[in-house]
Design a protein around this ligand. Structure first.
Ligand code: ASP
Ligand code: MG
Length: 413
């Protein structure tokens, strides 16, 4: 008997009939003698609508009330799923985040889970009751409803799997796995059978939308085996060839490059002629960090006169204006010109085999040069190389790199 957490995304619970279809999978898993715990997203489109309602009333609305509104989508689906399971003769009940409880920090709108005491869920499981947990939501230590950031119900599922020491966390979604790149952009993209946590973390953070990045972080920290599966297949769980996300040790053949990702959601901010002395970078990035703004690629130029330098970095597009406003308040930047460029894309190649191969960056840069794509900035880590380029070349760059690294699927003959 295995203990399995199954999570259904928005398209898999988009209407009552899809909820029934998802309930059939839970039933089939149960009939195999497994213990099942369900986590659900809101019905597709509902969270967007709820966010829009908040913004219509106040675009800069209070984050606590924003959470109270947007958390409601998952409440609906958890109740409906419990009903669908009961209709199938199973014992089931819904759980809101506060009832579990899923205890979160106070960062409303993008809260992090601190702790999930497992006792209540375990006692339900022992009584053969299938808990259906509303994903995406929790309760802050001060007792307010909180949410985990868009896409956060994956994180609920993995965190619950960790808390319950589940054997697996199956994430049912509208794609049948994780691909080498976005299959909507590149039709020759291949489904990956296995991906390491490290690679998946980079892929999720760098634009592959299959999983919430925080869910992968948690899976890695707690060694939760995650499987991404299509809910539109008739097969379930271990019978489906989805993508399994596991530790690096479980991957025998380490690919040099396993994925190409892109994101168009960042803005490039350049500070011209900032004084080049100790403490400046700290003084620039501390207020941004304090405001919860994620700074990504950072490039500092050489300082020809030894006094001033240009500093370039990226932030999420939605935070660019806020970042500029914060920087303008810094006295020592009073005479500094702050430029924002929005039409950039970040293209990344990812692979755990990369660290032992020196030619990867060269192949990437040559491929871009052959396609006359100018690189505006570069960052690297052990398992990825990212470049910033003009947004209009996104598709060209992704396709060219996907081919250059041998990821194209052979044409079916
Ligand atoms: N319903 C939330 C969203 O749309 C959370 C999720 O689906 O993962 O962002
Ligand atoms: Mg999702």
């Amino acid at each position: 008997m295995a203990r399995i957490v199954v999570k259904f995304g928005g398209t898999s619970v988009a209407d009552p009939s899809r909820i029934e279809n998802a309930a059939d999978k839970v039933l089939a898993e149960w009939k195999r003698g497994n213990q099942v715990v369900v986590v659900v997203s809101a019905m597709a489109g509902i969270t967007n609508q709820l966010v829009d309602y908040c913004q219509q009333i106040d675009p800069g609305c209070d984050a606590c009330e924003y959470d109270a509104v947007v958390a409601s989508g998952e409440q609906i689906t958890s109740g409906l799923m419990a009903l669908a399971l009961q209709k199938r003769g199973l014992k089931s009940r819904s759980f809101m985040g506060w009832q579990v409880p899923i205890i979160c920090n106070e960062q409303h709108g993008r809260s992090r889970i601190d702790n999930i005491p497992p006792e209540k869920l375990l006692s339900e499981i022992e009584n053969d009751i299938i808990p259906v947990i509303a994903g995406f939501q929790g309760i802050s230590k001060s007792g307010r409803v909180s949410t985990l950031g868009r896409g956060g119900s994956d994180t609920t599922a993995v965190a619950v799997a960790a808390a319950l020491k589940a054997h697996r966390c199956d994430i049912y979604t509208d794609v049948d796995g994780v691909y080498t790149t976005d299959p909507r952009m590149v039709s020759s993209a291949k489904k990956l059978d296995r991906v390491s946590y490290e690679e998946m973390l980079e892929m999720a953070a760098l634009g592959a939308k299959v999983l919430h990045p925080r869910s992968v972080e948690l899976a890695m920290a707690w060694n939760v085996q995650v499987q991404v599966l299509s809910s539109f297949e008739t097969k379930i769980g271990s019978d489906l060839p989805g993508t399994i996300i596991v530790g690096e040790d479980n991957i025998v053949e380490k690919q040099i490059v396993n994925g190409v990702t892109y994101t168009r959601n960042e803005s490039k901010i350049t500070l011209l002629s900032v004084s080049d002395m100790p403490g400046v970078a700290a003084a620039i990035f501390a207020p941004l960090g304090g405001a919860g703004i994620n700074v990504d690629v950072i490039v500092q130029n050489v300082s020809p006169d030894g006094k001033t330098t240009d500093m370039t970095f990226t932030v999420p597009k939605s935070d660019a204006i806020k970042a500029k406003t914060l920087l303008e308040k810094l006295d020592f930047l009073a005479d500094t010109e702050i430029r924002i460029v929005n039409n950039i894309a970040k293209i990344s190649i990812i692979g755990i085999g990369m660290s032992s191969h020196t030619s990867v960056a060269k192949t990437m840069f040559t491929t871009l040069a052959e396609n006359k794509i100018n690189i505006q900035a570069i960052t690297t880590s052990e398992i990825k190389v990212s470049v910033l380029i003009d947004e209009k070349f996104t598709e060209l760059a992704v396709r060219a790199l996907h081919s250059a690294f041998g990821l194209d699927q052979e044409e079916a003959s």
